[in-house]
Design a protein around this ligand. Structure first.
Ligand code: ADP
Length: 516
């Protein structure tokens, strides 16, 4: 930038109220424009124009990160420089600033000698962000309470419903009841409505169980062909009335072994097949196919010759209670929960789900589950639990994020987002675990805390390495590192806390509430 442009730039920044500075790196003198002082409530010249007097006003908790960001920026390791930090106002309160800067002069070796930049007051954004997070937390807590409640109501809801259905069936089949035609018709309505309600109850309960993290999987090595053949057999009669055939092109092929929960796997298949029948045309066909993917999954697809789904409806397909206004004669019964439950179950088994569809032609819904030989996925199971609910739920979140990070079909933006999410969740988890260790008076607390700090540094370094490289190999290295530390840390270190956490569930809950 020419000196004239620099001057104009600085004037423009002053005019919009940002704090402008001009830093002579060699002498450590910093020229602070009057606006720099006034945004933080100072009068121009209130503090000396040098780096030290500025850094002494940065919040001590943010200082080391600020130094690190400045160092990265000055060494040219990163082009992105927008650190956020707290700065002390004249009245001793803290304000949030965001920095942007440009190196405008270098010496003959290329080292920066002069930097100009602006610091923007982002207090309002941070406040808005905090309010949003608070609102999200509240909503999550409310949703968790709802899920916990429903998950514990399973018995209370199912038992009376089964009684209604059982007695209605007895009335129809017991010759002693001798129902008239009209009465028989009424009882049929009770059974039909009851079955529908039971299906809804089962779906809602499954959903709550997954959300409340009460769903336990029985992982075993299974032959996929057997389960697919079973599911096809169970659904063969579904399409009889409308002359729809279910064709199994999968289970005749060579068997593929999966590491999964066979009952839940079958439940997902049945959901997809019953949809493919329900939303098919009379006389239509449902075909099951399967193939292995390059990254160690088995993809099973269920293709129908039905009405299809319009592109505009693609986005909300897996959302709860999402039902399309298709031909009402084709799909009168349904709840709009089946696909949501299927997606959650599949993801719970470290799998993936998706679909493609063409209006008027038909749809293909597919699921992918890890092959038994695939060691690149972690399936959350009771074997990984340490026995403290709060810690287990954090570990579960981390495992799910790891599996999402390794999904080759996610785009770069989402991948970046997931990696950031992973780092944030790890920090949050460490904080919570440290609070738990505190309240349990865990003797190795200090050592464990130190390990957390080291791990965080290593994770951040690995992520920075991956971001600088971004090849598939870098990603796989990052993933292996994350998977290894998480697993080792859980198995070796975290399991020891549990001995000190006995009978302290209430204390732990309270200490984490205080933390939030
Ligand atoms: P339900 O079938 O109980 O309504 P789902 O969650 O299983 O609930 O499905 C949600 C919606 O997605 C359905 O109402 C239907 O509109 C659409 N849908 C699901 N599967 C198919 C399919 N194979 N073909 C066309 N539309 C489908």
């Amino acid at each position: 930038m020419s000196p004239e442009n620099e001057f104009r730039y600085a004037q423009a920044m002053e005019a919009i109220g940002d704090g402008v500075y001009d830093w002579d790196v060699t002498t450590s003198v910093v020229y602070f424009a009057p606006s720099y002082y006034t945004i933080a409530g100072y009068d121009p010249g209130d503090f000396p124009m040098n780096f030290e007097s500025w850094s002494s006003r940065v919040h001590p908790d943010d200082l080391s990160q600020v130094f690190k960001d400045v160092e990265e920026f000055m060494s040219g390791r990163t082009d992105v420089y927008s650190p956020k930090f707290r700065f002390r106002r004249k009245d001793d309160s803290w304000m949030w600033l965001m920095a942007r800067a440009k190196i405008v002069e270098r010496d003959k070796d290329g080292s920066p000698t002069r930097v100009i930049g602006v610091h923007t007051d982002i207090d309002q954004f941070i406040q808005a962000e905090e309010q949003l997070l608070e609102a999200r937390d509240q909503a999550e807590k409310a949703s968790k309470a709802k899920s916990e409640f429903l998950a514990s109501m399973s018995h209370e809801l199912r038992t009376p419903m089964n009684a209604v259905l059982g007695f209605a069936q007895m009335m129809q089949y017991d010759p002693r009841t001798n129902l008239s035609e009209i009465q028989n018709n009424h009882v049929s309505h009770i059974i039909e409505g009851g079955n529908h309600l039971l299906e809804l109850i089962n779906d809602v309960l499954d959903l709550s169980k997954i959300e409340a993290d009460h769903l336990s999987l029985t992982l075993e090595q299974i032959d996929s062909a057997e389960i697919v053949a079973d599911a096809v057999l169970m659904s063969a009669s579904l399409g009889n009335a409308r002359n729809i055939t279910v064709v199994d092109k999968f289970s005749d092929a060579a068997s593929v072994m999966l590491q999964t929960d066979s009952m839940r796997f079958k439940q997902c298949l049945l959901n997809l097949i019953s949809n493919a029948v329900k939303y098919n045309k009379d006389g239509g066909v449902v075909t099951l196919n399967g193939q292995e993917t390059e990254d160690g999954f088995l993809r099973i697809s269920v293709t129908d010759t039905g009405l299809g789904i319009a592109k505009r409806d693609f986005a909300g397909m897996f959302q709860m209670f999402h039902r399309l206004n298709g031909d009402p004669t084709v799909a009168k019964e349904g709840t709009g929960i089946g696909l949501t439950v299927t997606k959650l179950l599949i993801e719970r088994m470290a799998g993936r789900i998706g679909f493609d569809s063409e209006e008027g032609v038909g749809s293909t819904f597919w699921i992918e589950l890890p092959l038994a030989s695939n060691h690149n996925v972690l399936i959350w199971s009771s074997a990984m639990k340490v026995g403290i609910d709060e810690i287990d739920s954090d570990h579960h979140t981390l495992v799910s994020l790891l599996n999402k990070i390794m999904n080759p079909s996610i785009d770069r933006d989402e991948l970046n987002q997931r990696v950031d999410e992973f780092i944030d969740s790890t920090k949050h988890h460490f904080q919570r675990e440290e609070a738990i260790m505190d309240v349990c008076e865990y003797p190795n607390h200090e050592e464990h805390r130190k390990q957390h700090q080291e791990l965080l540094t290593q994770i951040t370094e690995h992520v920075a390495g991956w971001r600088a490289g971004t090849s598939m190999q870098d990603l796989s290295d990052l993933w292996w590192f994350l998977q290894n530390w998480l697993f080792k840390h859980i198995m070796k270190e975290d399991t020891q806390i549990v001995f000190y956490a006995r009978d302290k569930a209430q204390l732990i809950k309270k200490s984490l509430q205080d933390l939030d």
